[in-house]
Design a protein around this ligand. Sequence first.
Ligand SMILES: CC(C)(COP(=O)(O)OP(=O)(O)OC[C@H]1O[C@@H](n2cnc3c(N)ncnc32)[C@H](O)[C@@H]1OP(=O)(O)O)[C@@H](O)C(=O)NCCC(=O)NCCS
Length: 175
Amino acid sequence: MARRELPDSTTHSTADSGLSQARLQPIRPATTADIYAIYKLNCESFSEAWSVLALGMWQERGDDLDVCYDENNNLAAYYLAQDVLDEVHIMQIAVAPAFRRTGLAKRVMQYEINRKRSKGMASMLLEVRTSNAAAQALYQSLGFAVVGRRKNYYSPTPETPLGEDAVLMSFSLKG
Ligand SMILES: CC(C)(COP(=O)(O)OP(=O)(O)OC[C@H]1O[C@@H](n2cnc3c(N)ncnc32)[C@H](O)[C@@H]1OP(=O)(O)O)[C@@H](O)C(=O)NCCC(=O)NCCS
């Protein structure tokens, strides 16, 4: 996977969060050495986790898998997406619990928006669980709009025996 150019500085003090005084390292593409840490945060963040193998294959294929570590080399966030023609399909973004509500997801998303815009991509698209109010609020705060709903999109659970619906959200990278 080609290394991507990184912004001059993506370090970010989280001192105002009260949770961590750690500074963040620049956002960068994941390597195979990052996969297990990504897997652990994936399991912590989603009810349907990806396997180490699936994450490793994603990284090897060169699709977007970006990471952000703190200064103590703890994984603070990762982002996973795939380009389909001129559309970016966002699969996942996860922030480690100690870093949540410090603006990190917004920072990672803004970084990815700027990067894809400069590459001439047209839009970003994602599905999010109807129950995931935090993620929907995050995307709305960035300007994503609800463009549809996918019925029974997620696997059935005791709470949602038919499978939870997905809200489809989109963001234009043009203009
Ligand atoms: C959703 C998630 C990525 C948000 O990460 P985060 O770093 O805490 O988000 P930010 O601090 O950047 O928040 C940006 C905005 O999103 C909204 N938001 C984030 N978390 C929220 C919450 N728990 N409740 C309500 N709004 C929330 C707010 O508008 C927030 O702005 P504000 O703090 O100024 O009010 C994080 O909670 C997470 O990893 N969740 C588990 C995985 C997941 O659901 N991923 C998304 C689905 S793919």
